[in-house]
Design a protein around this ligand. Sequence first.
Ligand SMILES: Cc1cc2nc3c(=O)[nH]c(=O)nc-3n(C[C@H](O)[C@H](O)[C@H](O)COP(=O)(O)OP(=O)(O)OC[C@H]3O[C@@H](n4cnc5c(N)ncnc54)[C@H](O)[C@@H]3O)c2cc1C
Length: 448
Amino acid sequence: MTCPPGRHRPPRIKSGEGNHTGRVSHFKKCPAERPSNLPALPNGRSDVLIAGGGFAGFALAIALRQALGRSFTVTLADPAVGQTGRDIRASAIAAAPRRMFEALGVWDAVANEAQPILDMVITDSRVHDAVRPVFLTFGGEIEPGEPFAHMIENGRLVAALAAKAESAGVALIATAVADFTAETSCLNAALRNGTAMRTKLLVAADGARSRLRERAGIATYGWSYAQSAIVTTVAHERSHQGRAEEHFLPSGPFAILPLRDNRSSIVWTERTEEAERIVALPDDDFHHELEKRFGLRLGDIVVSGPRRAYPLGLWVARSFIADRLALVGDAAHVIHPIAGQGLNMGLRDVAALAEAIVDAVRAGLDPGDAAVLERYQRWRRFDTMTMCVSTDGLNRLFTSPSDAVRLVRDLGLGLVDRFPALKHLFIREAAGLVGEVPKLLRGESLGL
Ligand SMILES: Cc1cc2nc3c(=O)[nH]c(=O)nc-3n(C[C@H](O)[C@H](O)[C@H](O)COP(=O)(O)OP(=O)(O)OC[C@H]3O[C@@H](n4cnc5c(N)ncnc54)[C@H](O)[C@@H]3O)c2cc1C
């Protein structure tokens, strides 16, 4: 623990409904005299402390406040709270997480900005091939009127989540969680602004390079792909008609993902050195490289957003839990964006952890109890490993330079294309509706 005694002040709460001054029922069993190298602060307490205000952290904070009411205090700390323009990406939000956003009352705020994906085509070719034969098409709806996914810009969705968290009474603090010590019946956290906080459960939603995961001594396994995804936005002459395209090229997938207003988000995978070279090109040369891959189907194109390369890898935490600590989202697992499932997996963590906590608290149990955390881990582990193996396998299959492998994969795609029942199963899987689906992802509220 790095906070020297005497430097601790009560946390400065940026927003919220005074939930640090009201009754804090879950601390009845957390004795002030318990040995700790942080002083007990009457105002520095929260039933749950969430480190990280990305999709995962905000969604969990809202779910807990809405289900457990005002006497259950939730604090979210992130140095970037209130800064929503940093992420230039857009995400495919599958049907199940969209249902969860609806249950949390967030979807209405972004529905007009979200572009339904009405169908998807998959091709397998080389950059200079004149024709890109379509091997597989996915289309249709999960339920009548419900597309299998929507595209939305990350900044807009995080802004809507932040606004909902604030109105739900989550205490937002614009600083990082720097360190923590778990005790038997509570956890003491030191915040980067020099304040301290005592909680029953610390949730690390602090992203792929999670410092809290490291601090808990939880190792990760996985590897870097030596690939990076170039992300940018283009405006085009013709309408995409809600169609997403994924062109499997030898260096990795080149995805054209539909956004509102005749625009598309590009996720373009290259070897890392090549991605860095392309991102640094002058505008005209960048446009030329992009056009070679984009094709002519949508008419003239204009790069209408910034560009950035994201290094890609597969990383999974060896454990999703430790004493009074749970990892969610990218802090627990990072996968290749080939299937657009990383965030969707993180929201599955959130829905499962929220349900485990809410059930426990309603039964009069401690939200950071080992049994609650074990239930969360059991629920998420198998599903996470399955997704890691599938996305890794897909990436290897489609980047293999062998003509024999190419022939086999194209035959496989063609076969899937001919079996509607198989395609339907894949769509439901991609929509997040297969397996033991937590209530929030079924669109059910956790409220009584
Ligand atoms: C190119 C690309 C495209 C993708 N496309 C898709 C897609 O289409 N669909 C999909 O489902 N997924 C997609 N993903 C994956 C998705 O973007 C991530 O899984 C998701 O953003 C992770 O969200 P998160 O909330 O877990 O973490 P993050 O969004 O990384 O948020 C972590 C937050 O923690 C904060 N933080 C860091 N350290 C601390 C600390 N010590 N204390 C407090 N706060 C801290 C940071 O400021 C940050 O705000 C894509 C990924 C990439 C790279």
